[in-house]
Design a protein around this ligand. Structure first.
Ligand SMILES: Nc1ncnc2c1ncn2[C@@H]1O[C@H](COP(=O)(O)OP(=O)(O)OP(=O)(O)O)[C@@H](O)[C@H]1O
Length: 312
């Protein structure tokens, strides 16, 4: 493994620094190298290469917006035995505390970034003498999806481009989770609820204009931190989607402090129907957790489905 890392990084120095860090999905180590300190995530699953290619592409996309700090990806490589590594910039991170409000503002900036590009492009196209050629480093995106698959956990997400958000979320987020549950558990009750629920999903989005926003895509408290100089996000599973989707997982797993939400909503106010849609978005994460961690997430999934069915 160390020989492989030395080759990939073209470094003669490779000294492990500090402790191994284990997330739920991968293992991580920091190393001192000729090019400075790096953080290496290692995963031995068959999906590891796809996971890490998606994570690296997500980090690149967020970096290009210059809105919120994420570690700079350096390389994704296969490892000789099995699996893959993602090598990235090492950051000295502490739990989020004093920068919660700054993170709220910066996350809103990330979500507004594509919208701003769209406005700029429209202005250029409608102003005589301006090129209007979408020539920024990051281009305006008018659909939902992403250019590569990204994994929320280790399950790949269907990121094919789609112009309608409700279709995207129903067919490319909820349906694949339902299909996995059907395959592994053959759960009739959940399938019956789903057949009713999918009919009413569009009603949750009445009169709402949704402009694709670049999302972190897996924003739970375990993927949020701060350095001495400001907040940091890591471990993204990005795609262009509805900005409200991003807030669902934090609400489900534990409250980020209120200062985070109020700073965020000063820039992106809650739209009518926000609370109900949050439940719908929480349903995705409950199902995704069920597919990763098992039946303990079934009661929450059923509860959210019944709640949504009864609320309309
Ligand atoms: N660039 C980095 N520099 C230093 N430490 C990092 C870096 N990225 C991640 N870490 C540390 O490693 C831990 C695990 O990383 P990460 O969350 O990316 O792993 P994972 O297994 O994909 O996560 P999850 O549990 O969210 O599925 C983090 O909690 C963090 O402490």
């Amino acid at each position: 493994m160390e020989t492989c890392l030395k080759e990939e990084l073209n470094t003669s120095l490779l000294t492990a620094v500090g402790h191994a860090r284990g997330g739920c999905i991968s293992q991580g180590w920091s190393y001192a190298t000729d090019r400075g300190r790096v953080f290496v995530k290692i995963n031995h699953r068959p999906e590891a290469r796809k996971m890490f290619d998606g994570e690296a592409a997500s980090l690149e996309a967020i970096l290009k917006t210059h809105t919120v700090k994420v570690p700079r990806p350096i390389k994704v490589a296969n490892i000789p035995s099995d699996g893959a590594v993602l090598i990235m910039e090492h950051l000295d991170m502490n739990p989020l505390s004093i920068y919660a409000a700054v993170l709220g503002e910066q996350l809103a900036d990330l979500h507004l970034h594509n919208q701003k590009l769209g406005r700029k492009l429209w202005k250029e196209r409608t102003t005589i003498g301006m090129p209007g050629n979408n020539s920024e480093d990051v281009q305006f995106v008018d659909q939902f999806g992403f250019h590569v698959e990204t994994c929320c956990g280790y399950i790949p997400q269907v990121n094919e481009w789609q112009s309608d958000w409700v279709t995207f979320f129903t067919c490319q987020r909820l349906q694949p989770q339902m299909d996995l549950i059907e395959k592994v558990y053959g759960d009739r009750e959940v399938q019956e609820l789903w057949s009713q629920l999918q009919l009413i999903v569009p009603a949750l989005f009445c009169d709402l204009e949704i402009i694709p926003a670049l999302l972190h895509g897996d924003l739970w408290e375990g993927n949020v931190a701060e350095e001495n100089s400001g907040p940091v996000l890591f471990d993204p599973a990005s795609f262009y989607g509805h900005s409200e989707y991003e807030l669902a997982i934090g609400k489900m797993i534990g409250e980020h402090c209120e200062t985070f939400y109020s700073a965020y909503h000063q820039k992106i106010p809650r739209a009518p129907g926000f609370k109900k849609r949050l439940k719908l978005y929480q349903l995705f994460h409950a199902l995704n957790n069920w597919n990763h961690f098992g039946l303990a997430y079934r009661p929450l999934s059923l509860k959210l489905m019944r709640h949504l069915l009864n609320s309309l």
